[in-house]
Design a protein around this ligand. Structure first.
Ligand SMILES: *Cc1c(COP(=O)(O)O)cnc(C)c1O
Length: 380
């Protein structure tokens, strides 16, 4: 893989893309052109296939970053008098709560500790307690800490209570297994620039057709109306409003590479190897992950920041970037952390290399105390 002189992005979107994916953006496409519209149609088909959606599900793509599609899904699918339960263990869950408030949808913000997964039992109890909840909005991998939530358990609880389920699978789709036949949901939201390894700029909602088809006029916003986007696209094969043509072309080629690699299971295997190599290497330097292994998704790892007084994230970030690797700040409220992504067109070699870049940075900054103090005491 030739990447030129770009640093390696260890951020979970935008992420490092392959040369082939970048080269797919060297053409200009007309939005009315049949060839371009065939590309859109093929992407829609392929992503529905990834979750085994068959003919019951359709994919509605939408311009914008992933959040735009989350907002569109909630605005289009949750009735105006509906009520959304958000099991909240991190920043992306909190974002859904904010979306509901903006859209004037009643929302139950159910606090779950950020080092604990949302489970079927937690959702089951909340649904039993409040029969007026119509939908659960569940983040699959909470990218804030890298937490793997129990999507199967949550789906079972929703089915048992007959409530809708909207899944934010932004950072897990195409890497972690999701089969709608085993894990039913109303809709799942993902985007071009995450585990499919495209470039950022469009999201998409994989939604049960029968539900979408009776949501005409429910959305609060024209641009965010997935029903309208769907009806127009089915009728004309075109996007409503200017499509992100280069992003779509890149996503097509990114999906080709996903299929050539062997699909979701092979992508998961590569990301899992990346994650294990990273955690092992960082452990040798003294770093400890924030999450327990059982709840750590192989997508992004949160590490405790070194307690050494010589540490500050900005310098650590800049010096590691100068060695070719872009880290990500922490997103936790209580503890000082930083994050390293495992996704993108990278393999275990890159993870070994980022560990040596971090090692050199620690030395250059004069950081000696790397392990959290409690862990250091335990080890002593
Ligand atoms: C990336 C991500 C989003 C969308 O973020 P954008 O910045 O709008 O692309 C939403 N949810 C999760 C869990 C994510 O990881």
């Amino acid at each position: 893989m030739i990447r030129g002189n770009d640093p390696i992005l260890l951020t979970p979107g935008p992420l490092t893309t392959s040369l082939r994916t970048k080269q797919a953006m060297l053409s200009d496409w007309g939005s009315w052109d049949a060839a371009f519209n065939a590309v859109t149609a093929s992407i829609r088909r392929d992503v529905v296939e990834i979750i085994n959606g068959g003919d019951d599900y359709t994919c509605v793509p939408l311009q914008g970053s992933g959040t735009f599609s989350v907002e569109a899904a909630i605005g289009t699918l949750v009735p105006r008098d509906g009520k959304v339960l958000v099991p909240n263990n991190g920043a992306y869950c909190s974002r859904i709560v904010r979306i509901c408030k903006y859209l004037g949808r009643a929302v139950v913000d159910l606090a779950v500790p950020e080092d604990q997964p949302a489970t079927g039992a937690i959702v089951d109890a909340a649904l039993s307690a409040d029969p007026s909840i119509t939908h659960v909005a569940q983040v699959h991998c909470e990218t804030g800490a890298g937490m793997l939530n129990d999507l199967s358990g949550v789906s079972r609880a929703c089915s048992a209570h007959g409530r809708g389920l909207i899944v934010d699978a932004m950072s897990s789709f195409a890497a972690l297994p999701i089969d709608v036949r085993a894990t039913p949901f109303d809709a799942l939201v993902a985007a071009s620039g995450k585990c499919l390894e495209g470039v950022p700029g469009m999201g998409f909602v994989i939604v049960k057709k029968s539900l979408l088809e009776n949501r005409a006029g429910n959305a609060h916003s024209l641009a965010m109306d997935l029903h309208d986007q769907y009806v127009y696209m089915e009728k004309t094969t075109q996007w409503r409003y200017t499509p992100p043509t280069h992003v779509v072309a890149a996503l097509r080629v990114a999906i080709d590479q996903f299929l050539e690699e062997g699909g979701q299971t092979k992508r998961l295997a590569r990301y899992s190897a990346n994650c294990a190599t990273l955690i092992d290497g960082m452990a040798r330097l003294g770093f400890r992950p924030f999450l327990k292994p059982a709840t750590q998704a192989p997508i992004i790892v949160t590490f405790h920041a070194p307690p050494d007084p010589a540490y500050d994230f900005k310098t650590f970030y800049e010096m590691t970037r100068d060695r070719g690797y872009i880290l990500y700040p922490g997103k936790l409220t209580q503890v000082e952390t930083f994050r390293v992504g495992c996704i993108g067109a990278i393999d275990a070699n890159e993870m070994r290399n980022v560990v040596s870049a971090v090692e050199q940075t620690l030395e250059a900054m004069g950081i000696r105390q790397v392990a959290p103090r409690a862990a250091a005491r335990k080890a002593a």
